[in-house]
Every structure is written in C-alpha cells, then in structure tokens.
Write a protein that binds this ligand. Structure first.
Ligand code: FES
Ligand code: MG
Length: 576
C-alpha cells in the first residue's frame, strides 16, 4: 500500500505563507491580489505544474488543455495548483539542436523548484529533451515530482499506407530523390504525416524517454503510452495532479525511490522497446544527477541479455497507438519478467511489479513474448576499438544485416557544411562499400551534439537502389532514424579523438557482433597525424554557448555540465 499522507508535516511552502511576519504578509497579500482566498492556499500543499508549452513546440500544443486538467486533479485533493512556464524545447523548430539546451532546461527546472514555495511538481514534457531535462532538474532539486508525458500523436495515414513520424519522412524523401515520388504525393505526405498534437508516434526519442521515465518510477502506470489526444490522456492528467498532492503530503522525493536498480530498469526498458540511441546519453546524465555512476559497460552488459520485444518503428513495424492498444508499457514490463527488478518503488507509492501485475498483452505481434522476440539481444550496442576508445553506439535492429560486418574505405567530411557541399560531388567517389565519416559534430564540435548521424545517401547510389551505407560520426541521430549508423564516437574529433585522424581511403572495420570499430592504420602513422592535429576555433565566444563549450562532458559521461553532477547539497533559500 502507498504510505498514508502525514498531514502534520511542515510544508516547504508554509515557510512562505504561514509566518505572522512582514514577509508572510507580503506573500499572502499578493496571492489575494490574484483573487485567491485563505481557503485556496492556507496550509495546503502547493503543487507547481512545470509546463514546457510554446507555440513553437508542435508536440505540446495540447498542453494548455492538459494544464487545466492537472489543476482539476490538484484541487480535487485539496492542493493549491500553480502553473509555471519553463523553457520549451521543441525538437522540430529549435536550431542548431535542442541538445544544446537540455542542460539549460535542467538548470531552470532545478532552480524554479528551489526558489519558489513549492511542495511538489508535475513535470509536463514529452518532446525529446524535455523529458531528461526536467527529470535531471527534479532529481537535483530533490522535490517530490511526477512526470506527465505529452503522449504520442495518432498514427498517420496516406493512401493505404500507415506513416510514422520521422522514419517515413526520411524514407519517402529518399524515394523522392531517387525519382520515385512525384511532387503531388510528397505534398500529400506533408499534409498528413503529423496527424494530431503529441510527440512523434514512432519509438523515437520522445516515446523512448517517456517509457524510461515510467520504468524509473516517475509516472503513473501506463502513462508513457497513452496517445496525446484521447480522453484517457485527459484523465491521466487529472490523476497525475491528484497524485502530486499526495506526494507533497508524504514528501515522496526522487531520492526516496531512485536506486541503481531503477536505472537498470530504465536501461532494460530502452533496450526492450528498441528505443532511441539517445537514451544512453540521457540515462547516464540522469543517473549521475542521482549520484549513480553509470558507464557504457552497464549498457553493454544489459544489451547482451535483453531481448527486443516492442515491434515498433523504426526497429519494428507498428506505431505507438498500436502499442497502447496492445497493453502499452505495463504489458511489456510484465512480459520482461525477471529482466526487470519489480521491487523498485514508483511515484504512486507502489512497486513496479505491483503496478504491472494486472497488465496483459493484447496483440502478441506488437508486444512480443520472451520466446518470440524481434531480436534476442538489446536494441542498442556499445562498440569500442581504436576509433572509439571511450565507446560509441549502434542500433543493430535499425541497421542492414549486410553491413553489420563490413570493412570499407573511408570518405571523410570534416563538418556538416562540407557534407552538404560534397556528398553528391562525383569526386567524393562514394560507392556502396564506402564508410562515410562525419566529424566535428559532437558535443563540442557541433556544437551541442546535433542529430546529424544518419548521413544522407548520395543521389547516385539512391538511383542504383542503395538505401544504406556504414556511416560513422561523433554526432547523435534522431530516434526515428535508421540505417547502419555508428554514433556518439568518443572522444569526439573536436577534442582530439581519433575520428579526427582518419584520412580518405583509410580502411575502417566495423564488426557489430564483436562490438568493435577499428581504423586499420598503423599506430606510428596515427601518432604522426596526431602531432599535426590542432583544435578548431571555438564557435561561441560569449553567452550560453561559451558556457556550454566550457562545461559540457563527452557522450560517454552524459553531456551534462561538469558542475551539475551530484555532489555537495545546494542550500534551500532563506526566507527572512
Ligand atoms: Fe517532438 Fe519528435 S519532434 S517528439
Ligand atoms: Mg527526435
């Protein structure tokens, strides 16, 4: 059973509102100036709703409605709801990449929770980076916090085809470049591929991170799979508001339920759903906020033993709406059985095992059983070798089988601008056996670690029917992307990593089965090249960008700022 609310506990917010002092007077009188009464707030838990809505965050366009529903739940339980806008990271519109701003939203979340009279928070996010950012901030602030995922869009239809966000945009763009798709069809796809409010409805980063939030214990059971615009999502919002009040009363902080096993559960979940490669970076960052030093080795270990059960694009066939209809994440977690530590506690006060006990798989093709998985081992592999001494990742389920053991000559692009300019230049001499390399696209190099890792296939190869090549970069790729793309090469080229030493024509050997990535060039030659290497000029010399470059860590360390890791306590504000 969840713990009983301890009504006598002194609320954080009462430091603002209870004292018979000039300050207390000021705080109360200003709420009254907004039309509130003592009955609205005196002695009640203040629940903040951190809202990442904006008109340019296309995935959160239903949040103005959902906020009202969360508030309804908070009022129902005798709480006092306050809505606080925080930075909106909308994946589609923000340039150069939302990843440049994940840590900024994490900092904002933490500081907003610390400086206000807040007893608990509902974190409203969903579009990719909003999920880890808000959770990182909540972990560091260590206030009771529950996550409300935006939920995926409805699945899209074009003619007799079901379309998935991202994945099908890339696919049909390649067909268009190959000359197989007319302008009219392309226009029709543009009109219908985003069917409703909500996040990408493939198993992209948003769906992956929401599932991770749920498996870590940060949401109500089943929350991560509910489509954004169905009535059940509204009821989820109300229920999340209600539960936040109970969390305030029982002081259920992230530190009271997060354990190393919670993070293992999140890794197993991300593997079993065939989730986005981006999850690795974000899970490491969240764990380190909790003082848990996750390394890539743990991902490698768990990827070797975790089967992929979710048959969702891009690794599989279906979409998030199908996943929900088939039982959603609770059904998948139950199917995972002993791969998950069911004793971990969650925000509703129950354990993960208790939360999924009644779940059932409705369609065994969409959520597979352990004896009929999509693939026997995990969705993301960690590779090492002399080209990536600190590791790199690949999503083998989204790669071409013919390329999983491949040796080929490198074609190197020094940055994205050069890639754009030279990809279709015949002088680049790219063949189906080439290994395309993009460097200076990592956390420092991008800067900001952009999603450039699914390098485009040159037009002439598309016309020959080639749809995949081995592609290696120090960038990330979108969770909706696919192909034989080796990502997150660390250390990145911009800080002197060996990716920066590759020359055109060098042979590169990828062996996914052996988890290896090697540059077949003698160490003496590489040593000469290393001597000749020098860093590029920093792109940002002032402002947030300069701070980012000074403090961001490498991919294998989660790309958090070095000063935000778990450490000494940050004092709560004094209220004089
Ligand atoms: Fe927001 Fe994909 S663009 S979730
Ligand atoms: Mg994305």
């Amino acid at each position: 059973m969840p713990p009983e609310p301890s009504e006598n506990r002194e609320l954080n917010s009462s430091r603002w509102f209870a004292p018979d002092s000039l300050r207390g007077f000021g705080h109360r009188s200003r709420l009254k100036g907004m039309g509130y009464d003592d009955e609205d707030f005196r002695g009640k838990p203040v629940v903040a709703i951190l809202n990442t809505w904006s008109d340019l965050n296309t995935c959160h366009s239903h949040f103005p409605e959902r906020v009202k529903e969360v508030k309804r739940g908070i009022w129902q339980m005798g709480g006092f709801p306050v809505e606080i806008p925080v930075m909106s990271l909308g994946e589609m519109m923000m340039k150069p990449t939302t990843m440049l701003y994940r840590n900024l939203l994490a900092m904002e979340t933490e500081e907003v929770l610390r400086c206000h009279p807040i007893d608990a928070a509902v974190l409203m996010g969903g579009c990719d980076k909003t999920v880890p950012a808000m959770i990182m901030g909540a972990i560091s602030a260590d206030r009771p916090a529950i996550f409300l995922p935006a939920g995926p869009m409805l699945k899209a239809r074009w003619k007799d085809q079901t379309l998935g966000s991202g994945s099908d945009a890339w696919k049909y763009w390649d067909e268009r470049r190959a000359g197989n798709l007319c302008d009219e069809s392309w226009g029709q796809i543009e009109n219908c591929i985003a069917r409703s409010a909500g996040t990408c409805m493939t198993m992209g980063t948003a769906s992956t991170m929401s599932a991770i939030a749920e498996s870590m214990g940060f949401t109500l059971p089943g929350a991560s799979s509910v489509p954004a615009v169905i009535a059940e999502h509204s009821r989820l919002a109300v229920a999340t508001g209600r539960r936040a009040v109970e969390m305030a009363l029982t002081d259920l902080r992230p530190s009271s339920f997060l354990t190393p096993a919670s993070f293992d559960n999140s890794i197993v979940t991300s593997m079993a759903i065939g989730g986005s490669t981006n999850a690795i970076v974000h899970i490491i960052a969240m764990a380190r906020r909790a003082g848990i030093e996750l390394t890539l080795e743990r991902f490698d270990e768990l990827s070797r033993t975790t089967p992929v059960l979710a048959n969702i694009r891009p690794a599989g066939k279906f979409l998030m709406e199908d996943f929900f209809d088939s039982g959603g994440l609770p059904a998948l977690l139950k199917e995972l059985g002993s791969h998950i530590d069911g004793t971990c506690r969650t925000v509703n006060g129950f354990t993960l095992a208790e939360n999924v006990a009644a779940a059932e798989v409705i369609d065994a093709d969409i959520i597979r059983s352990l004896d009929n998985p999509i693939s026997a081992t995990g969705g993301t592999f960690v590779l090492r070798g002399n080209l990536a001494p600190s590791g790199c990742v690949i999503k083998p389920t989204a790669a071409s089988p013919r390329l999983l053991d491949h040796t080929g000559p490198a074609v190197v692009f020094d940055d994205y601008a050069q890639l754009k300019a030279q990809l279709n230049d015949p002088a680049s001499n790219i063949t189906a056996d080439s290994v395309l390399i993009l460097r200076n696209a990592g956390p420092q190099g991008g800067p900001g670690f952009p999603e450039w890792g699914m390098l485009p296939i040159p037009d002439h190869l598309l016309k020959q029917g080639v749809r995949d090549l081995v592609r290696i970069s120090d960038a990330r790729m979108s969770g909706t992307s696919y192909g034989t793309c080796v990502l997150h090469v660390a250390p990145e080229a911009a800080v002197g990593g060996p990716l920066g030493l590759v020359h055109n024509g060098d042979l590169i050997q990828l062996n996914v089965e052996q988890r290896s990535l090697n540059l077949l060039v003698d160490e003496e030659v590489l040593a000469e090249r290393r001597k000749a290497w020098s860093p590029r000029e920093a792109r940002y010399k002032r402002g947030y960008g300069a701070m980012f470059l000074k403090h961001v860590t490498q991919a294998d360390a989660g790309c958090d700022f070095d000063f935000l890791h778990h450490g000494a306590d940050t004092p709560d504000p004094d209220i004089f």
